[in-house]
Design a protein around this ligand. Structure first.
Ligand code: ATP
Ligand code: MG
Length: 203
């Protein structure tokens, strides 16, 4: 589970987050909505350490991993290699040059979980946007994340691929992960999320 309490963040004297609270339980899929600039990305970035909060607390039960609108895969490497890289954080340095059989098997299971068992050895650049986003989610699973933070995961996808990614996120929550997704599509949020949290212009 994820618990954000009283999160505060200012940039150059401008307050972006002023006491933001959010709890996402294991098994829950929360959609985070709000206008541009309301601090949605900043809140998620504070959870994974990409920003340092000025106040408040963040507590994660286990690991948190983030997926982004801009997907950040290595296009010339295979889906398998990209997912294996999710394990880097827990491997000793000498093991991280070549991924061992155990990591590769775990990565294949993660790719199977996102419906891409048949594309394991495909270079990511050759996958569709929706498939690439699912590889990024598989990489988060290979980080053994219990909390998945998705910042506009479907904004760059066509409607059909967006639905597949939303269905996957809600399934992962139903399997016991805590999932929070920033969305700009209220109808997708209403259809798939267990709960909607709206951030105001000054959350
Ligand atoms: N590194 C930064 N330096 C300065 N200002 C920043 C930085 N990151 C974010 N901001 C500002 O903080 C405010 C909130 O940004 P944030 O990206 O969290 O909003 P958001 O809700 O995700 O918006 P959007 O829907 O457009 O993605 C914005 O005004 C933004 O310009
Ligand atoms: Mg944002």
């Amino acid at each position: 589970m994820l618990a954000i309490r009283g999160l505060r963040k200012t940039f150059g004297g401008r307050t972006v987050l002023d006491g933001f609270d959010l709890t996402v339980e294991a098994g829950e899929f929360v959609a985070l909505l709000g206008p541009n600039g309301s601090g949605k990305s900043t809140a998620l970035r504070c959870v994974v350490g990409l920003e340092t909060p000025d106040g408040g607390s963040v507590s994660v039960d286990g690991n948190a991993a983030m997926v982004f609108q801009k997907i950040h895969l290595v296009g010339r490497r295979t889906a398998l290699d990209n997912v294996c890289s999710g394990a880097l954080g827990r491997l000793p340095l000498h093991r991280s040059v070549f991924f061992g059989q155990d990591v590769r098997e775990e990565a294949v299971r993660c790719l199977d979980r996102v419906g891409l068992a048949d594309r394991v050895l495909e270079r990511c650049a050759r996958l569709s946007g929706g498939q690439q986003q699912r590889v990024a989610i598989a990489r988060a699973l290979c980080q053994r994340a219990n909390v998945i933070l998705a910042d506009e995961p479907v904004s760059a996808l066509d409607p059909q691929a967006a639905v597949q990614v939303m269905e996957l996120l809600v399934e992962l929550a139903n399997d016991g992960l805590a999932v929070v997704a920033v969305l700009h599509q209220p109808e997708l949020a209403r259809t798939y999320a267990h709960r909607i949290v709206e951030m105001g212009a000054f959350a």
